[in-house]
Design a protein around this ligand. Structure first.
Ligand code: I3P
Length: 109
């Protein structure tokens, strides 16, 4: 699965709250492959395989959990991703179908 999403970091690995200057929403072209979620700057970065070796822009989704972020009311179509190493992110998708599709893809790979 691939597509544009907005991402916000909430907790770093080990459960430490993400500092203020790193908590803003950013757009990424996101691809899911081999139990990794790769965050590219855009489709071009994806084609060139840019950043895919950069740990900061790849999230391990083995034993991760994606759930609708019903408590986050500032934006629509947002899911929360909690990783095995206790990092936490919010991802905004384009519509309810995309939201469900990302959640199912992440949870059932
Ligand atoms: C963050 C940015 C985020 C906001 C976050 C801010 O500031 O405004 O949009 O999250 O609030 O810290 P900056 O751009 O200076 O990094 P929300 O959109 O969810 O409000 P937070 O610290 O309460 O997460």
């Amino acid at each position: 699965k691939k597509g544009y999403v907005m991402r916000k970091c909430c907790f770093e690995t080990n459960g430490k709250r993400t500092p203020f200057h790193k908590r803003s929403w950013k757009m990424f072209y996101c691809t899911l492959r081999d139990l990794m979620l790769y965050l590219h700057k855009d489709e071009n970065g994806f084609r060139k395989n840019e950043m895919s070796d950069n740990a900061h822009n790849a999230i391990r989704i083995h034993h991760a959990l994606a759930t609708k972020a019903t408590d986050y009311t500032k934006k629509q179509y947002v899911f929360r991703l909690q990783t095995a190493d206790q990092a936490e992110y919010l991802f905004q998708t384009s519509d309810s179908k995309e939201l469900q599709s990302w959640i199912d893809t992440i949870n059932f790979v």
